[in-house]
Design a protein around this ligand. Structure first.
Ligand SMILES: [Zn+2]
Length: 484
């Protein structure tokens, strides 16, 4: 007996030693690249961004409210502001408003690189106007910030890329590798007339890209638990999007003699049942890479957990599930977003409808969600319909690629003391269409996101510090040089 206990103890000690060794040898994957001195950025750059903000290129929810004149004005503004890019990169107009610039490289044997952005912005809610500290379309520069809708999403990248391009052209820079600048005009409403059409056009020209860069993530400040250092997250995949409309039809009538259930009860019951059967949380490859990349940088306890993720996965999942943003990284989520039924207080409605929005983890398919919902609800009084504009989760881009390396290198050269890591983007971006052109699609916008400004884009007081915008220009300039 004593012998058995002893050998158990020895085994346990060995096992703990094994876990500790794994932790100690959990080595940093950070690229060792020194930051470079800041290059000068033209004084006019910030005024150009401000002017871009003043042009209301809004993608309205209601297509009838679309104002084409703003997009024509924006086109004119680019023509006049970036004359060399206009002349040398000959932007092509796609579906009237989207733009595709081509900077022909000197070596046709090299695969091109595509830098993306979008020209449209979301509307500003009337009731939020009183909370803005500057007019949302005023393009004001005050207190060291450039204010307004699009300052971050996504005019900083469109203008940032063009500022860099124009400057490089002025200096007579000639890339070896062809570069495309691809700016869609309807990202905020799905990107089907913009990004998707640009991709189709490039496919007809047989373009296969080395890598593609779009918005999606940024440099996070104190948003990764356990890390005080700035962390640049690069999206290597994005979640899918699907909405299911559930409609229950049950005989209606007068509410003085009700049956046990109305259509409202049936749909409510279905929602409750679905809530009781959440999708199983799981660590998908992008989050796995995040754990492997940031784990070694973490304080002791998290480092231990991440180094032994294979063993402590349930604990890691539980921790993630504690916050909505963490949960979204490890789960296919569902949220009822529309509920409709009833017209009169004393009439039992014959129909009730709910729309549930799902965000799918990589590796999940929309049709499996539909069948899972049917299976869980088990009620044939409910019709289930997949709403249009769904999109499957994207494939996962590799991190051992020239493109990913170049990005991390450029980030570290431009932003001192910044960690880099791959991650999973929770929202949909235009870049999902670009897998048709390259397996290497990355999502990163060179600006700093923190608790203060995390709700600003698509929300109130969208703004970017002048200094930060100039760093974005530096980032794009450096990237173009590094790509060569
Ligand atoms: Zn955007």
């Amino acid at each position: 007996m004593k012998k058995l206990l002893l050998s158990l103890l020895v085994f346990l000690l060995l096992f703990i030693a094994f876990l500790v060794i794994r932790t100690v040898t959990f080595r940093s994957r950070q690229l060792q690249v020194a930051a470079l001195p800041k290059v000068p950025v033209s004084d006019s750059a910030k005024f150009h961004l401000a002017e871009a903000i003043r042009i209301r290129t809004i993608s309205p929810e209601d297509p009838a409210a679309f104002d084409s004149t703003a997009f024509y004005r924006f086109r004119e503004f680019l023509r006049k502001t970036y004359p060399l890019s206009e002349q040398r990169l000959q932007p092509k107009t796609i579906n009237k408003f989207s733009l595709l610039y081509k900077w022909e490289g000197s070596d046709a044997g090299l695969k091109p690189v595509i830098l993306m952005g979008h020209l449209d912005v979301v509307p500003v809610a009337e009731e939020s106007l009183k909370d803005w500290k500057a007019a949302p379309f005023g393009g004001e520069i005050k207190d060291g910030y450039i204010w307004g809708r699009g300052a971050i999403d996504d005019k900083m990248s469109v203008i940032g890329i063009l500022e860099a391009t124009e400057k490089l052209l002025e200096q007579g820079f000639q890339p070896k590798r062809t570069l495309y600048l691809a700016f869609g005009h309807d990202e905020e409403i799905g990107g089907r007339n913009g990004a998707q059409a640009i991709v189709k056009h490039l496919q007809t020209e047989n373009v296969k890209a080395e890598f593609v860069l779009d918005e999606g993530y940024a440099i996070t400040q104190k948003l990764v638990p356990g890390l005080d250092t700035d962390v640049a997250l690069i999206g290597i995949a994005e979640k899918g999007f699907a909405s299911l409309e559930l409609t229950a039809t049950v005989e209606g009538g007068h509410s003085s003699m009700p049956k046990n259930e109305t259509a409202i009860d049936v749909i409510s019951q279905a929602l409750v049942t679905l809530r009781k059967h959440p999708f199983k949380p799981t660590i998908t490859p992008p989050v796995q890479e995040f754990i492997k990349t940031l784990g070694p940088e973490m304080p002791a306890f998290q480092k231990f957990a991440f180094a032994n993720a294979w063993l402590l996965e349930p604990l890691i999942l539980k921790t993630y599930q504690k916050t909505p943003s963490g949960n979204a990284l490890v789960s296919t989520t569902m949220a009822p977003t529309i509920f409709r039924s009833g017209l009169k207080e004393n009439v039992i409605p014959a129909e009730a409808t709910a729309v549930i929005n799902f965000r799918l983890l990589p590796g999940t398919r929309i049709n499996s969600i539909v069948s899972e919902v049917k299976r869980v609800i088990k009620d044939d009084r409910i019709r289930i319909k997949l709403k249009p504009f769904s999109s499957e989760p994207s494939p996962v881009s590799g991190i051992e690629t020239a493109g990913y390396n170049l990005l991390t290198q450029t980030i570290k050269q431009t932003f001192p003391n910044t960690l880099t890591s791959p991650s999973l983007v929770l929202a949909a971006t235009d870049s999902r269409f670009y897998y048709a052109l390259s397996p290497n699609v990355y999502r990163f916008l060179p600006y700093k996101i923190n608790k203060e400004n995390i709700n600003a884009f698509h929300g109130v007081n969208e703004r970017i510090a002048v200094e930060e915008f100039e760093d974005a220009v530096r980032f794009y300039e450096r990237l173009v040089r590094n790509v060569d």
